[in-house]
Design a protein around this ligand. Structure first.
Ligand code: SAH
Length: 344
């Protein structure tokens, strides 16, 4: 059966016409889904019983089930959701002073193979549909009884490897008739799929683009991120410059600091050289240890030195707060599970 949340408003109108109903019904259904956030077709009380029955016969509501919920000592919550086909994904809720931020997954598994990330090494299963991406927000909001204000596409998966579904989900989040979350409150992170960066520049979306950079030489970056063998640093940086020129938007570069790997002063100098003059911000992430991972977190002293060097040399850099690491909910610690087989 089709997932009713997989349609944008225009597509939903076509669906509803296909059911022999008037187009305006789609607007009503859309409102029930994303404004009233009901869980059942029977809760859509301004629809006729007949239409509700047709909807039930043709569509699912795709209500994710919470299989597990863990809460960190810092208040971060990690959800394991049953996505209703035997797979499970993780979604993280973080509380910042400016509101509630949710870190959504975009795929079941990931193909990118970054050496320091726990989402690697597990079989790639499939893309999440746009409805499944949006459902993560609805399911968390339902659980906490509050509204989410910010979305980051930094969970499991490579958002730009599931480009169309991610863009569709973003527009449903952003639609004033949908979840009405401002695009400026939505960030998308990519490991560097260069052609999609060019596509994204043409979307006319005000979302923040984050680039997982992590190293300043091809040799080092390729040793951490196999995607660099496909799109090297010069192609990536050119795409970033072109993106900024086209959109006039600031890029956020993520740089995960690993001890004796990419955290010394020479690395900081090379980073300054690389980013000098670009409209950007650097987000330093103390690398989180993963099982079997060979990368170790930099010392606090090195992290602060690295940040200070960037700031003193004209590159705005901040250190990302480590939220949820005690429940493996921090950057790079999320995994998928296969419910039919053993835990993955
Ligand atoms: N595939 C996308 C989305 C993942 S976002 C991307 O690569 O950008 C998650 C962010 O956390 C990325 O910047 C990723 O490189 C980073 N990350 C992955 N593993 C990490 C780890 N062990 N410690 C810190 N950051 C990590």
């Amino acid at each position: 059966m089709k997932n009713i949340k997989d349609f944008n408003l225009e597509e939903l109108k076509e669906e509803i016409i296909g059911l022999g109903e008037k187009k305006y019904r789609a607007e009503q259904i859309f409102k029930w889904l994303y404004v009233d956030k009901v869980k059942e077709f029977d809760d859509m009380t301004n629809l006729s019983i007949e239409l509700r029955d047709k909807l039930k016969a043709n569509y699912t509501m795709c209500n994710f089930k919470i299989l597990k919920k863990q809460e960190s000592s810092d208040g971060t919550k990690k959800y394991l959701f049953d996505v209703l086909d035997g797979n499970a994904i993780e979604t993280v809720l973080m509380e910042y002073h400016h509101g509630k931020t949710i870190c959504v997954s975009s795929q079941i598994g990931c193909k990118m193979g970054c050496k320091f990330c726990a989402s690697t090494g597990i079989k790639f299963e499939r893309n999440l549909s746009s409805g499944e991406i949006v459902e993560q927000i609805l399911a968390v909001e339902q659980d906490i009884g509050d509204k989410i204000s910010n979305i980051v596409f930094m969970g499991i998966g490579e958002p730009f490897d599931n480009y169309d579904n991610v863009m569709k989900a973003v527009r449903i989040m952003n639609n004033p008739k949908g979840l009405n979350i401002g695009a400026r409150h939505i960030s998308i992170s990519t490991s560097g799929l260069v052609p999609r960066i060019y596509d994204f520049a043409n979307e006319e979306l005000q979302c923040t683009l984050s680039i997982s950079l992590h190293a300043t030489s091809d040799e080092k970056r390729s040793s951490m991120m196999p995607v660099n063998n496909k799109y090297n640093l010069s192609e990536l940086m050119q795409a970033c410059k072109d993106y900024i020129a086209k959109t006039n938007k600031r890029i956020s570069f993520e740089y995960a600091l690993a001890k004796d790997n990419n955290d010394n002063l020479e690395d900081a100098k090379a980073l300054v050289k690389m980013l000098k003059g670009m409209l950007c911000h650097v987000n330093l992430i103390p690398i989180n240890k993963i099982e079997n991972g060979k990368f170790v977190k930099s010392t606090n002293e090195n992290i602060i030195k690295f940040r200070d060097y960037l700031n003193e040399n004209g590159i705005v850099a901040t250190i990302r707060r480590e939220l949820g690491s005690d429940i493996d909910a921090a950057c790079g610690q999320l995994r998928r599970k296969n419910l039919k087989n053993q835990e993955e």
